[in-house]
Design a binder for this molecule. Structure first.
Ligand code: G3P
Length: 216
């Protein structure tokens, strides 16, 4: 399973990359606003830190605009993947960008039917937003299970990139279902390392080490 960081904060991405456990990065306009720097500059910097796919989100609402933005993003670095929204225009853009050899991440996906359309449009990634479904009282991860079933049935190559991950349970559930990728905030990635019993165990070993007779 691949782990991506959902962030445009260069300092976080550097720390994450140092673990050698991160396979890619996703960004969006909200994360770019938080980073507070020119989006293209940030993307360039991220692509020099993260060697795997880096998703850059288009903001146009029509296919022509998305294709134009996507082609421009794809020139920033080889590992750029262009995010388009799950709309009719988005699917037209997905098909056109894919034909040009530009990889596409279909974002804002909230149902398996939407994911089916994304796969049929040649998407490289589809991003079901589990946290935002939870927010409205649905079980977000159920949509991931359905997408996995549909994609397995028809052997679609589109990778399932579980997004809007808010906690470690989302990551575990995504892994149990067999999703290809989970993208998460850096804070959630840090949590994956942690267990109280690990901390207690280290403390006890260090205390006992003090009791081991030493020559000097
Ligand atoms: O990159 C999109 C995504 O992961 C959004 O997450 O927490 O804003 O729903 P969130």
């Amino acid at each position: 399973m691949q782990l991506f960081i959902d962030s445009a904060e260069v300092s976080e991405l550097r720390k994450a990359a140092e673990t050698n456990l991160i396979n890619g990065c996703t960004t969006n306009p909200s994360l770019a606003a938080k980073a507070g720097k020119d989006y293209n500059d940030v993307l360039k910097e991220i692509c020099s830190i993260i060697k795997g796919p880096v998703s850059a989100e288009t903001i146009s609402l029509d296919a022509d605009g998305m294709v134009k933005e996507g082609v421009a993003f794809s020139k920033i670095a080889k590992n750029i993947v262009v995010k388009v929204p799950m709309t009719v225009e988005g699917m037209k853009a997905c098909q056109r960008l894919t034909k040009k050899g530009v990889k596409v991440n279909v974002t804002l996906c909230f149902s398996a039917n939407q994911a089916l359309l994304a796969a049929k449009s040649g998407a490289f990634f589809v991003s079901p937003f589990v946290g935002r479904l939870d927010d409205i009282g649905k079980i977000g991860i159920d949509v991931v299970r359905e997408i996995k079933q549909v994609y397995d049935n028809y052997k679609f190559k589109t990778q399932i990139l579980v997004a809007s991950v808010r906690n470690t349970i989302h990551v575990l559930d995504a892994a149990k279902i067999g999703a290809d990728i989970a993208t998460m905030p850096y804070s959630v990635f840090e949590q994956l390392f942690k267990h109280t019993l690990t901390d207690v165990g280290i403390k006890r070993f260090l205390e006992d080490w003090e009791k081991v007779p030493k020559k000097r």
